[in-house]
Design a protein around this ligand. Structure first.
Ligand SMILES: Cc1ncc(COP(=O)(O)O)c(C=O)c1O
Length: 389
C-alpha cells in the first residue's frame, strides 16, 4: 500500500506507541488518586502537557486537553457564546464541519453567524473581515490551513484586526500543526485547536490552547478535571502518546517540512507534466507543505479513488470526515468550482513515511487510471484527453 491520505489521519509513530504502552498495562492509576499509582499518571499528564505547550510556544497552563479537533472547536464556539444572550460570530465558508455544524446550531439559537467568502485559491479577503466586524462580534474563528486544498490564511493579520476591535480570535490549526512553524505568541491568537492523530499520535485526543485570561465555559461538567473545564477521568495513555508525538514533531519540524515539500513538488510536477487536462488547485505560495489537490476533467473522483485503492494507493476526494454525508465539497463550491470540476477532484496528502519511489509509482498508476476512466467518460467528446509521455 502507498498511503497518501495523511490529512485524514497518520500512521502512529513507533516511539509514540511505545510511550503509551506502560499506561495501558501497569500504570493504570487514576490521576486524581493520592497514592503512588495516581501520582505517576498525574506526573505523566504534566509532562505531556508541557510537550504539547512547547510545540506551539504556549504555557502548559494554557493547554486544555480534549478528545480532538472536533471537541476543541465545539468548546470554543459553545464555551464563548454561552456567556452571552446573543451576538455575532464571524467564520469562513471553507471551515471544517467541526466549526460549521456548531455555528449552524448557534444560528438557530439566535446568534448572527457571518461566513467570509474565499477567492478561487481558497483565500479570505481581509477587507471583508474589516467591513463586517462590529461591536457585537463575540468571536472570529478562521482556520489556519484548509483540510481539502491546503490554503493557509493570513493568521497574524487576522489576529491584528480582531484585537484592534477587542474581539477574540480562534484558529482551527488541526491541519497546520506539524506542517509549519506555529507559535501562538508570534501569531497573536487567543484560541487554537490541535488534533493528535494528524501528527502521528493516537486518535481521540487533542488540545485547545486558551490564552491566559480568556474565559471559556465548560462543555462537560463533573469531577472538575482539566482546570474544571473538561470533567472526566483522563485518557492517560493517549495523552502521553499525544505529548510524545508533539515532542517528535517539534524536534524534526524543519527537516520534515523540507522532506515532505520535496515529495509534494515532485508529485505535482510529474502529474501536471504527464496527465493532460489537469489542474492543480489551491494557493501556490500559501499552502500546507503536504497537500496536493488536483482536478482531472472528465473523471469521477470517487471512481478514481476506488481504482487507486485496487492498485494499493490510499487517496481521497477531500474531507474524510464528511464521507458519510455524501455531500459535494463546500470548500470547492466556495472557491467557485463547477460541479464537473468538483467531481473530478482528488486530494493526495503526503507524510513523513512516504518515499520518492512511492511518489513515482503513484504518478505512473494515476496516469493509467485517469486514462482508463477517461476512455469511458461521458465527457469523452468534450476533451481531447491527448496523452502525454
Ligand atoms: C481542519 C480540521 N478541523 C477539525 C478536524 C477534526 O479533528 P478530529 O478528527 O481530531 O476531531 C479535522 C479532521 O479532519 C480537520 O481537518
Amino acid at each position: 500500500m502507498i498511503y497518501l491520505d495523511n490529512a485524514a489521519s497518520t500512521q502512529i509513530h513507533d516511539d509514540v506507541l511505545n510511550s503509551m504502552l506502560p499506561y495501558l498495562r501497569e500504570q493504570y492509576g487514576n490521576p486524581s488518586s493520592i497514592h503512588r499509582y495516581g501520582r505517576l499518571t498525574r506526573k505523566a499528564i504534566h509532562k505531556a502537557r508541557k510537550q504539547i505547550a512547547s510545540l506551539i510556544n504556549a504555557d502548559p497552563a494554557e493547554i486544555l486537553i480534549t478528545s480532538g479537533g472536533t471537541e476543541s472547536n465545539n468548546t470554543v464556539l459553545m464555551g464563548i457564546s454561552s456567556q452571552f444572550p446573543s451576538g455575532q460570530i464571524i467564520t469562513s465558508s471553507i471551515e471544517h464541519d467541526a466549526i460549521l455544524e456548531p455555528c449552524k446550531k448557534l444560528s438557530s439559537n439566535g446568534f448572527q453567524i457571518d461566513y467570509l467568502p474565499v477567492d478561487k485559491f481558497g483565500m479570505i479577503d481581509l477587507s471583508n473581515l474589516e467591513n463586517i466586524i462590529s461591536k457585537n462580534t463575540l468571536l472570529v474563528s478562521i482556520m489556519f490551513g484548509n483540510n481539502e486544498v491546503g490554503t493557509i490564511q493570513p493568521i497574524i493579520e487576522i489576529a491584528k484586526i480582531c484585537h484592534k476591535h477587542n474581539v477574540l480570535f480562534h484558529t482551527d490549526a488541526v491541519q497546520a500543526i506539524g506542517k509549519l512553524h506555529v507559535d501562538v505568541n508570534e501569531l497573536g491568537v487567543d484560541l487554537l485547536s490541535i488534533s493528535s492523530h494528524k501528527l502521528h499520535g493516537p486518535k481521540g485526543i487533542g488540545a485547545l490552547y486558551i490564552k491566559n485570561g480568556v474565559k471559556i465555559n465548560p462543555l462537560i461538567l463533573g469531577g472538575g478535571q482539566e482546570f474544571r473545564l473538561r470533567s472526566g477521568t483522563e485518557n492517560v495513555a493517549s495523552i502521553v502518546g499525544f505529548g510524545q508525538a508533539c515532542e517528535i514533531a517539534q524536534n524534526h519540524l524543519t527537516e520534515n517540512i523540507v522532506y515532505v515539500k520535496k515529495l509534494r513538488t515532485l508529485l505535482v510536477e510529474k502529474v501536471l507534466d504527464q496527465i493532460p487536462e489537469t489542474t492543480f488547485n489551491g494557493h501556490f505560495e500559501f499552502r500546507l507543505s503536504n497537500n496536493a489537490h488536483f482536478t482531472f476533467l472528465g473523471v469521477n473522483g470517487e471512481d478514481l479513488i476506488i481504482k487507486l485503492d485496487e492498485y494499493g494507493i490510499a487517496a481521497s476526494t477531500g474531507s474524510a470526515c464528511s464521507v458519510n454525508t455524501q455531500k459535494s465539497s463546500h470548500v470547492l463550491e466556495s472557491m467557485g468550482f463547477s460541479l464537473e470540476q468538483i467531481t473530478g477532484s482528488l486530494r493526495l496528502t503526503i507524510g513523513i513515511f512516504n518515499t520518492e519511489n512511492e511518489i513515482k509509482e503513484t504518478v505512473d498508476i494515476l496516469k493509467n487510471v485517469v486514462a482508463e476512466l477517461r476512455a469511458v467518460s461521458p465527457f469523452k467528446e468534450k476533451y481531447s484527453f491527448t496523452s502525454k509521455n
